[in-house]
Design a protein around this ligand. Structure first.
Ligand code: GAR
Length: 210
């Protein structure tokens, strides 16, 4: 008998190291209350697509360009995929597009994002990827880290699920800091957070079916 699991969609745009952390967590059993059903990439050249296929996970590419640059139509396509596949949890793992309120309000407490700083520092519109680490180094903070949070209509403004701090070293560059924040924080707290949310969804379903 196959065990019931929350159905996960992972949205990506680039290298997909956070996706890889989720795949590894699924294989090792750290993530056992949910299963990655699909990977949706906003970038046809994303290495994340290869990671998905190598793990025998379906990968679909949806670009804004194919909808003439329309965010509304781009989101509509993603929403239709998510609904068709009966997805319970949407994970943004390096997804480089800010989702509109029309999207986020359809999935309250069901969209999870990983951000490479300790929110509320260095977050919001314009803060993504290496730019976040450049800003942290320019400011001169001594501690940074990563945050996993629910996604609502405010960019990086939803409820925090987990955070992990990482010390900044004197000779850090944005690249060296990015690598350390990923390794010491993101790849650890993203799978743990996804497991926590999936487990809670299953527990609630069980409670409601009593
Ligand atoms: C990660 O550092 C992630 O936290 C960041 O982009 C990188 C994607 O790497 N996301 C953001 O900045 C979102 N605001 P990955 O494709 O290797 O997972």
């Amino acid at each position: 008998m196959s065990e019931h699991k929350a159905r996960i969609a992972v949205l990506v745009s680039g290298g997909g190291t956070n996706l890889q952390a989720l795949i590894d967590a699924q294989n090792s059993g750290i993530l056992n209350s949910g299963k990655i059903e699909v990977v949706i990439s906003s970038n046809p050249n994303a290495y994340a697509i290869k990671r998905a296929l190598d793990a025998s996970i379906d990968a679909v590419c949806v670009t804004k360009a194919e909808f003439g640059g329309s965010q509304e139509l781009f989101e509509k396509k993603i929403i239709s995929l998510i609904k068709t596949l009966d997805i319970d949890v949407i994970v943004l793992a390096g997804f480089m597009s800010i989702l509109s309120e029309n999207f986020t309000k359809q999935f309250p407490n069901r969209i999870i994002n990983v951000h490479p700083s300790l929110i509320p520092s260095f977050c919001g519109k314009g803060f993504y990827g290496l730019r976040v680490h450049e800003a942290a180094l320019n400011y001169g903070v001594k501690v940074t880290g990563a945050t996993v949070h629910f996604v609502n209509e405010i960019p990086d403004g939803g409820e925090i699920i987990m955070q992990k701090a990482v010390n900044i070293r004197e000779n850090d560059t944005p690249e060296s800091l990015q690598k350390r924040v990923m390794k010491l924080a993101e790849w650890k707290i993203l799978p743990l957070s996804v497991q926590k949310v999936c487990k809670e969804i299953l527990e609630n379903e069980k409670e409601q079916s009593k």
